[in-house]
Design a protein around this ligand. Structure first.
Ligand code: 5AD
Ligand code: SF4
Length: 497
């Protein structure tokens, strides 16, 4: 039996998300769309008819996770479950996924999610048709007659037998559907049915795709070209969220700084900094964050907006990737070390103290000891509040695959360790500056084991705190906390009554 019954009101799905905030938010939109289609979300694979993985392919490790998940699902498939792979691995591997994971029936890239309901309906229709076709008429890769009725050009359905030519039990015949995106797609996944998981803070996508083509990065191939939403639709979503009680908004995009408003009336078009300020001015919104920025497109106007609009959080994530201009050039990052430091200087001159975080890749092909030393020196010079560091991972289609002088994995691991130890030292010292100050947090929840509350500051730091039993701070509320001690990655304090 197919896992996607059409008329059964109990059709259920399980969705697991890997990767970045873009994927997390895409999943919220997929969940909303499926609920709207009458599906019920369940929390285990066992309880689901439809099992979906929203995947990440930024590094090899992330990609392997989904294939590990799919490796032992023969038993579930026999129970009639339908498996689907969404997101970046889906887009990158396309129909090759069916070879690596033969029990998968659905492969769908992120710009095709608005077609998911019709793809699921087609999958069900094709599955019913397949059950009616004598099994020996099915061959791997063939399209049985009549089955393509109603199919759109951009999605394809293939009915295949478990093994070409051999007669197998009906449960093992497979119906497969792919929805893959053209890199040139203009499609954005906008839906009214976003199932946000947090009732107080939520994401809004403002730009999808990326045109930067950094030498190591798979994103321009998996998420397509840059396309921005109109400022009007972003602001309408922000107002709608404020009406629903959200107070914190995070604007999302692979490179939010290259936002280009496509508003019909040119006079009404906003730059990214203007959009940021306008979202910050929506009544009811108390905090606005944005991620991710690219140093090449990061303008001074963003710092000016943070200075001018109090609701814009005092935090900028500005990935540097390397402290060596030579490596930055090989990475095709389009800026030098000095240009990066110039942007840091703008932020350090801001009226409020802006917390700055970054991403670093160690062991890019050809990275010498002295290049690496420049990265360590840059960490010292900037004093980042957090660093997300990764070993370079060669990715399909990317220009850096062709570069010589690969760094051995042990050496990459060594550099990663050295870098993280250095950053830990920096944060151990720098987080102490908060001790004795009062910081406002948005309350996120309670850690029962530690008898503490969890909160987040405007600087995006975790600030755990104690409170008298009578206080009972509620998640989503804002509270002043006196910081009493610091750790390399978090702060501890007491609720100020
Ligand atoms: N190898 C290692 N890290 C990578 N990133 C992107 N591509 C790769 C890769 N091929 C890192 C970058 C980016 C972050 C999201 O992931 O640091 O900013
Ligand atoms: Fe990848 Fe570079 Fe685009 Fe970021 S800016 S998504 S690192 S290609």
């Amino acid at each position: 039996m197919s896992g996607v019954p059409q008329s059964n009101p109990q059709k259920t799905f399980y969705l697991e998300t890997f990767g970045c905030q873009m994927n997390v938010h895409d999943s919220e939109k997929v969940v909303g769309t499926l609920i709207q289609e009458g599906y019920l979300q369940v929390q285990t694979v066992e309880a689901a008819d439809l099992v979906l993985y929203n995947t990440c392919s930024i590094r090899d490790k992330a990609e392997q996770k989904v294939f590990n998940r799919l490796s032992d699902y023969k038993k579930y498939k026999k129970q009639g479950k339908t498996f689907g792979v969404l997101g970046c691995v889906a887009q990158q591997e396309g129909e090759k996924i069916f070879e690596r994971a033969p029990y998968v029936s659905l492969v769908c890239g992120s710009a095709s999610y608005n077609k998911l309901p019709s793809m699921l309906a087609q999958l069900e229709a094709a599955s019913v048709a397949t059950r009616e076709i004598p099994f020996d008429k099915l061959r791997a890769g063939s399209r049985p007659a009549g089955e393509n009725a109603g199919l759109r050009d951009d999605a394809s359905v293939i009915a295949t037998a478990g093994k070409s030519g051999s007669r197998k039990p009906e449960a093992e015949s497979l119906v497969r559907i792919t929805g893959l995106d053209d890199r040139e797609t203009d499609a954005c996944f906008e839906t009214e049915f976003t199932a946000r998981t947090n009732p107080h803070r939520g994401y809004i996508t403002i730009i999808e795709g990326c045109d930067k083509f950094c030498a190591y990065c798979v994103v321009p191939y998996t998420r397509g070209k840059e396309r921005s939403r109109t400022s009007q639709s972003v602001l309408a979503e922000a107002r709608q969220m404020a009406d629903l009680g959200y107070t914190e908004i995070q604007l999302l995009g692979q490179n939010v700084n290259s936002y280009k408003d496509s508003e019909g009336n040119p006079a009404a078009r906003k730059t990214f900094a203007e959009l940021l300020a306008a979202v910050g001015e929506v009544p009811g919104i108390r905090r606005v964050r944005f991620t991710t920025s690219h140093p090449r497109d990061f303008g001074r106007d963003i710092v000016e907006a943070i200075d001018a609009v109090p609701t814009l959080c005092d935090h900028v994530h500005l990935p540097v990737q390397s402290g060596s201009t030579r490596v930055l050039d090989a990475m095709q990052r389009l800026y030098t070390r000095d240009q990066y430091l110039e942007r840091i200087a703008w932020m350090k001159a801001a009226k409020r103290e802006i917390s700055i975080t970054t991403d670093v890749i160690v062991g890019f092909p050809g990275e010498t000891e002295s290049d690496f030393a420049e990265t360590l020196g840059l960490l010292e010079e900037v004093g980042f509040d957090a660093v997300f560091a990764f070993k370079y991972s060669p990715r399909p289609n990317t220009p850096s695959l062709k570069l010589d002088d690969a760094i051995p994995d042990e050496e990459k691991a060594r550099r990663l360790e050295v870098l993280m130890a250095k950053q830990r030292e920096i944060q151990t010292t720098s987080y102490k500056r908060y001790i004795g100050t009062s910081c406002e947090v948005m309350v996120e929840g309670r850690n029962e084991a530690r008898v503490q509350w969890m909160g987040r500051t405007t600087h995006n730091k975790t600030l755990n705190f104690t409170a008298p039993a009578t206080a009972n701070p509620k998640p989503g509320t804002y509270a002043p906390i006196l910081v009493t001690s610091s750790f390399p990655n978090s702060l501890l304090g007491e609720l100020v009554l």
